[in-house]
Design a protein around this ligand. Structure first.
Ligand SMILES: C[S@@+](CC[C@H](N)C(=O)[O-])C[C@H]1O[C@@H](n2cnc3c(N)ncnc32)[C@H](O)[C@@H]1O
Length: 199
């Protein structure tokens, strides 16, 4: 687990270098399936990067808000949103997802594809509070995270397996978890998709 400043600097350098292996044209199939199966509503993308999920959702009638703490990510997202012609349905914010005091709306759908899994325990606590506050009762929180499953002796880089359920247990019911392995360049990690329903 790296401290927030070091993580910010590492990520900012990646955006400056264009080293963004996750940044495909479309969001992952799990996000696309949700976008198509639910009636369009209000969505919040935490750690939105260059806005691929916001654009996908907005193109299908959703109102999407995206938050990322890297200014270079939001600049790229603004371009992408503009280019896709969905600027009237997307709002983008440069901020940490651990403090979203400027957002008030209850969201029907909150997604996080690869943002929260590198946070410290303190950040996770603040983040979970914001996710609970902003997801409407009955709304869905869709999360993709890399996991630390205890098999590596290295300092854990990702969130411990079981921690997501623990963190959100007071406010969400686990509807579904799909475990897998994610390959990024020549490295692979255990990972999971979580579908959590706000009580
Ligand atoms: C692996 S990238 C995925 C980006 C996007 N979700 C996607 O699927 O294309 C993770 C993103 O989370 C952002 N992020 C990490 N920690 C954050 C924090 N505390 N607040 C806001 N954004 C954060 C990073 O800047 C990065 O853009």
């Amino acid at each position: 687990m790296t401290d927030p400043t070091t993580r910010f600097q590492r990520l900012q350098q990646r955006y400056r270098d264009g080293d963004l292996p996750w940044d495909h044209d479309t969001p992952p199939p799990e996000v696309m399936a949700i976008a198509e199966s639910l009636p369009p509503g209000r969505a919040l993308d935490l750690g939105c990067g260059t806005g691929r999920a916001c654009v996908y959702l907005a193109a299908r009638g959703w109102h999407a808000d995206g938050v990322d703490f890297i200014p270079e990510a939001i600049a790229r997202a603004e371009e992408r949103v503009h280019h896709a012609g969905v600027a009237d349905r997307v709002r983008l914010f440069i901020a940490s997802v651990t403090d979203l005091h400027f957002l008030r709306e209850p969201y029907d759908l909150v997604i996080d594809v690869g943002c929260m899994h590198g946070m410290t325990a303190e950040e996770l606590c603040a983040y979970a509070g914001e996710v609970a506050r902003l997801t409407r009762s009955g709304g869905l929180y869709l999360l993709f995270a890399h996991l630390h499953d205890g098999t590596s002796s290295d300092t854990p880089r990702w969130i411990a397996k079981g921690m997501v359920e623990q963190l959100f247990a007071p406010d969400f019911e686990v509807e579904r978890i799909e475990y897998g392995v994610t390959h990024v360049c020549d490295t692979s990690w255990p990972s999971a998709w979580y579908w959590l329903r706000r009580r």
